[in-house]
Design a protein around this ligand. Structure first.
Ligand code: NI
Ligand code: MN
Length: 224
């Protein structure tokens, strides 16, 4: 049984006990006022990073190093990670990789990379057959329709906090384009500039789309 645990902000832990596989995306825990886990609290096989802003790169190097996990990100960030001695899988937007749990594909995100010459990315994953989309930090963009049509998304994790990313109103439009079964809002209420109302987002999405919204408090999990 696969599970998504929201660790706060944009950090999520995706695991499957039966297979003993887990991965963490954007593990910003130290200094994260929302964090409900410490970098040493869990073990992972993979560390995925959407872009190098500190609220996403976070504890990624430490976690990957301690777990001897494979570090997956865009080429620029993966090259930087390899200089820290990590085992890396450099990728780029449009590219996919087969891994023991399924596959990961890097998709567009409209945002800064946080590293010279880079691009921000989102992740589309097939995790033991569950299609999962983590949008990273991004504005709303029309090609979300293309991402939603690549594979039927079971769970989409979308930023709703505004200021640095799309706000909760644009995120409703993103849900229309992506048509996921379930949406988990992320990247909001960590700090005052990204305040959002997840209950209103849930009402707006569920009244205008076929998708359901599951609001996870930091530390809570969703079973797939
Ligand atoms: Ni960012
Ligand atoms: Mn961010």
């Amino acid at each position: 049984m696969a599970q998504i645990r929201f660790l706060g902000h944009a950090a999520v832990l995706i695991s499957d006990k039966q297979h003993g596989t887990s991965l963490v995306i954007d593990p910003f825990l130290s200094g994260n006022p929302q964090a409900q886990a410490k970098p040493n609290d869990f073990n992972v096989n993979y560390v995925l990073v959407t872009h190098a802003h500190s609220d996403h790169l976070g504890d990624a190097y430490d976690i990957a190093n301690r777990n001897k996990a494979l570090f997956i990100s865009t080429n620029e960030i993966a090259q930087e990670a390899s200089t820290k001695g990590l085992q890396v899988r450099p990728m780029h937007i449009g590219g996919s990789a087969k891994l023991d749990f399924g596959w990961v594909k890097l998709v567009q995100a409209v945002h800064g990379s946080g590293i010279a010459g880079g691009l921000a990315a989102g992740f589309l994953l097939s995790f033991y057959g569950h299609i999962i989309y983590h949008a990273g930090d991004t504005a709303l963009f029309g090609d979300m329709k293309m991402i939603g049509d690549m594979a039927p998304i079971a769970v989409a994790m979308l930023p709703i906090g505004g200021n640095y990313t799309m706000d909760q109103n644009d995120a409703v439009k993103a849900v229309e384009l992506l048509h996921p079964a379930t949406v988990v809002p992320i990247h909001y209420n960590t700090w005052p500039p990204i305040a959002a109302d997840p209950q209103r987002f849930k009402k707006d999405v569920e009244s205008s789309t076929q998708s359901r919204v599951v609001i996870l408090a930091p530390g809570e999990s969703l079973e797939l």
